[in-house]
Write a protein that binds this ligand. Structure first.
Ligand SMILES: [Fe+2]
Ligand SMILES: [Fe+2]
Ligand SMILES: [Fe+2]
Length: 434
């Protein structure tokens, strides 16, 4: 808390009511407090708490790991820890607001039995319920069953407050189908190109025909071939020359990456396309690293390109639902967390449902389905994608060492081998930067 103190001459001034001093320093615990703050806000809204009680409850959630023993005795504590802070006015300024302290005391089980304290006691119970819910979400990697089943059981034992969280599921299969339908304008062209690239043996003549008929892909090929990364000795202007210069594998990757780009265009999801390119590169790299496991790097690349299609679907929901999705994610809840609350499933399972119609191998669809819970499947592609997400720096689920170890074990990779995997900038980075 003293890091918040600013030296002003010989005196120390505290930020008035700055919650920062009361929040956990450890990033994981701090993130947990942020998610609990989002959950309490949602329940407070359903219980029609007043604005001031909701604001106090949100603050209490952010600082609920502040030691109970220190509540209400801060003057003494501050005087002990910071002997130069004798001025009562300064010490008062560093205290938590009274309502927040009352909620935290109720959360820790200190009940005054006073009628005036009843709203705070209810708020304390809401905080307790949300705290446990978030811990359940953190424990999902240890569960032998899917998130929706585990949470359903928690909710059925958790009483009416827990039911409010579960009843926040406002997205049903019809909404998801409607959202996926909004992609239908772009899906056929992307799907056909990907299927073609995956199926064909390398034939330069056919590649030239395919690329020559699509101006969008052609532009991408020339952009990459003439980029500073590839630095040709002179500008490449002919397609056959570009393909020969880049090589068939790189050319095919550019075709696939460009073919899926339109799926990410509406709603400005370019950042998600760029993330998919990076994940695709990592997935292919991991498939190569897991030698002897028989994972096709081309399949892994395509699985990486499409792994987050479910997130695209979530962004195509009806405006109210799509903005609710944003509401949760902007309040520190990872994408899979928000999706579990809103839909009872994550974007892996949502995306796999769309891709099952694409005539891809089952291993790709199933890998995408379980890419955030690889421990629930024996599918190697799920492990590849889970680890590729980590390498690509995605923040789509709660970090889990147990899942990470499980995925590494499936691929026969050690932690050191995984850490030492290297991938310099390549054609996908050139495309993403354009
Ligand atoms: Fe907690
Ligand atoms: Fe991802
Ligand atoms: Fe994902």
């Amino acid at each position: 808390m003293y890091s918040q103190c600013k030296r002003m001459g010989t005196k120390i001034a505290m930020e008035p009511y700055s919650l920062d001093a009361f929040q956990p320093v450890e990033p994981g615990l701090r993130a947990h407090c942020r998610r609990v703050a989002a959950l309490v806000q949602r329940i407070a809204g359903r219980l029609e708490f007043s604005g001031s009680l909701t604001a106090a409850l949100e603050k209490a959630a952010l600082v609920h790991h502040y030691p109970a023993a220190l509540l209400g005795v801060r003057e003494r504590l501050m005087a002990d820890l910071q002997p130069q802070m004798r001025d009562v006015g300064e010490v008062d300024a560093a205290r938590l607001p009274g309502e927040v302290e009352s909620i935290l005391l109720a959360f820790h089980g200190y009940s005054s039995g006073d009628r005036d304290s009843q709203p705070f006691e209810l708020a304390g119970r809401v905080l307790e319920c949300c705290n446990i819910f978030d811990e359940e979400m953190e424990n999902l990697p240890y569960e032998p069953r899917p998130a929706n089943q585990a949470i359903k059981e928690f909710v059925s034992n958790g009483g009416p407050l827990a039911k409010i969280i579960w009843n926040s599921r406002i997205v049903d299969p019809t909404h998801l189908a409607r959202a996926a339908n909004r992609l239908s304008e772009f899906i056929p062209a992307s799907r056909d190109a990907l299927q073609w690239v995956r199926r064909q043996t390398v034939d330069t003549g056919e590649l030239i025909d395919l690329i020559g008929s699509n101006e969008f892909i052609q532009t991408a090929i020339f952009r990459v071939a003439n980029s500073a990364f590839f630095s040709p000795v002179r500008k490449i202007v002919r397609l056959d020359e570009a393909i020969a210069f880049l090589g068939a594998d790189v050319t095919r990757r550019i075709v696939s990456a460009t073919a899926v780009q339109p799926l990410f265009e509406p709603g400005n999801l370019r950042h998600l396309w760029c993330h998919s390119l990076e994940t695709a590169d990592w997935a292919a790299r991991l498939a190569e690293a897991a030698s002897g496991k028989g994972i096709d790097p081309v399949d892994a690349f395509h699985a990486g390109l499409l792994h987050d299609l479910g997130r695209v679907v979530m962004h195509r929901l009806d405006p109210e639902q799509a903005s609710d999705y944003l509401w949760w994610t902007q309040r520190g809840c990872p994408a899979t967390y928000a999706e579990t609350i809103l839909c009872g499933r994550d974007h892996g399972s949502i995306g796999a449902e769309v891709i099952r119609d694409w005539d891809f191998p089952q291993s790709i669809a199933q890998g995408i389905e379980f890419h955030h819970c690889p421990e629930l499947s024996q599918n190697l592609m799920a492990a590849v994608l889970y680890l590729a997400e980590i390498q690509a720096g995605a923040d789509e689920d709660l970090p889990s060492t147990v899942r990470r170890h499980h995925a590494l074990k499936m691929l026969g990779l050690s932690e050191v081998e995984f850490e030492n995997l290297h991938m310099g900038p390549g054609p996908m980075a050139v495309l993403a930067a354009a």
